[in-house]
Design a protein around this ligand. Structure first.
Ligand code: GLU
Length: 420
């Protein structure tokens, strides 16, 4: 992951994005207020026994932003920079994301302030089980369903599923998604974020006149989303991956490299840095490379008023959540750079999470080909829905995606009415 970005408060960004669209849709002030407030926020401080015999108190959050359209849904991230405002923003973005792809969920997010890279597996397991216990009162298959996010994975979800099931006294696979297949996970969930992003890039490239076949691609953040997106753009769409990065730095090779080989190299060496035959570059330089397609797949606040003018990519596919600030959006729109906003481009992950939850509830599992076909259908449809609004209203794709999402959420709120 990459920490080079600006320090803008992500929740302020998230609220500004709502305001832009609330103006366009002439929403009344009550609706605006509802859309700019998280419904429920839980902060927990809890001790964890460390390997040296001592213990340490960690702080974690679960924010349930809006549940008008269904149970809340969203990942849990482990990162030293987690803050309540970051989790609020991510929970808001989950709300809009689920609405853009029209899956019957509200949005939530969780986070624990910790440095998982410097914790043992035992420490991570104890932290996860205790955090799961602390939030167990507000999660559940009908309430709020966590999933992996930055530095959490299938093993983390297995521990949460087991902890929640122990508290209940029976197995509850539907309490989390992104689980290992052996525990009721779905085929294709691991790849879904990167795969969905590659599908939206393919669709947008046709409309934007950008070449994907033989086109060049730079990927910021070579984690689960970024590396899978690179693999699929390379293997299925004939693109040339020329640059990649992670928290330690980046690499560039003008004539392209095999993204699978880079994945193996990173798994062995802990970083993409030092990949044979490639030139070292910084994360900042990667964003400004002359490439056809840029995939920010790391953290928030990477594309800002400072560097947006220097971006040379023709198409940006946001595999990360919140990588672009509103000022940068305006510059990209003026420069005619096509941006596929996070709430559309990375929605493949939560879409297959929805498939996983539906399979768990039915106790009936689908083959990989069926999962991928359904995912492709959702991503293509959602891209086209967003593109249509962008053309009709002459706005950029982010605003269009927000128009679609906020209309859907606002309609659910209106239909349900204000209780009591
Ligand atoms: N953490 C992922 C996201 O930001 C997936 C969330 C989920 O599957 O619930 O979209």
């Amino acid at each position: 992951m990459v920490n080079s970005g600006s320090t803008a408060n992500p929740f302020e960004t998230a609220k500004r994005q709502v305001d832009i669209v609330a103006d366009l849709l002439s929403l009344d002030s009550g609706m605006r207020e509802v859309l700019k407030h998280p419904k429920r926020e839980l902060t927990v401080n809890f001790p964890v026994r460390m390997d040296d015999g001592g213990y340490h108190v960690y702080t974690g959050y679960r924010v349930q932003y809006n549940m008008a359209r269904g149970p809340c849904k969203g990942g849990i991230r482990y990162h030293p920079q987690v803050s309540l405002d970051e989790v609020r923003a991510l929970a808001a973005w989950m709300t809009w994301k689920c609405a853009v792809v029209n899956i019957p969920y509200g949005g939530a997010k969780g986070g624990v302030i910790c440095d998982p890279k410097h914790m043992s597996k035992g420490e991570l397991e104890r932290l996860t089980r205790r955090f799961a216990t602390e939030i167990s009162g507000i999660i559940g298959p009908e309430r709020d369903i966590p999933a992996p996010d930055v530095y959490t994975d299938g093993q983390t979800m297995a521990w949460i599923m087991d902890t929640y099931s122990m508290l209940k006294g029976y197995s509850v696979p539907g309490v989390v998604t992104g689980k290992p297949i052996a525990l009721g996970g779905s085929e294709g969930r691991g790849e879904a974020t990167g795969r969905g992003c590659a599908y939206t890039i393919r669709e947008a490239a046709t409309h934007a006149g950008v070449r994907v076949k033989n086109g060049t691609v730079a990927v910021q953040g070579y984690g689960n989303a970024g590396s899978v997106c690179a693999n699929i753009l390379n293997d299925e769409q004939g693109a040339k991956i020329v640059a990649a990065s992670d928290s330690k730095g980046g690499i560039y090779k003008a004539d392209g490299f095999n993204p699978h080989a880079l994945e193996e190299y990173k798994a062995k060496n802990g970083s993409v840095v030092g990949f044979p035959g490639a030139k070292a570059i910084s994360n900042e330089e990667l964003l400004e490379l002359k490439v056809d397609i840029l995939v920010p797949a790391a953290l928030e606040n990477q594309l800002t008023a400072k560097n947006a003018d220097k971006v040379q990519a023709k198409l940006i596919g946001e595999a990360a959540n919140g990588p672009t600030l509103p000022e940068a959006d305006t510059i990209f729109f003026q420069k005619k750079i096509t941006v596929l906003p996070d709430i559309l481009a990375n929605a493949g992950g939560v879409t297959v999470s929805y498939f996983e939850w539906a399979q768990d509830i039915q106790g009936y599992f689908w083959p990989l080909a069926e999962v991928n076909q359904r995912l492709e259908r959702v991503m293509v449809q959602s891209y086209n829905d967003v593109h249509k609004i962008a053309v009709e209203r002459k706005v950029h794709n982010r605003t269009a995606a927000y128009v679609l999402a906020i209309q859907r959420v606002a309609e659910a709120i209106r239909l349900r009415g204000i209780y009591p």
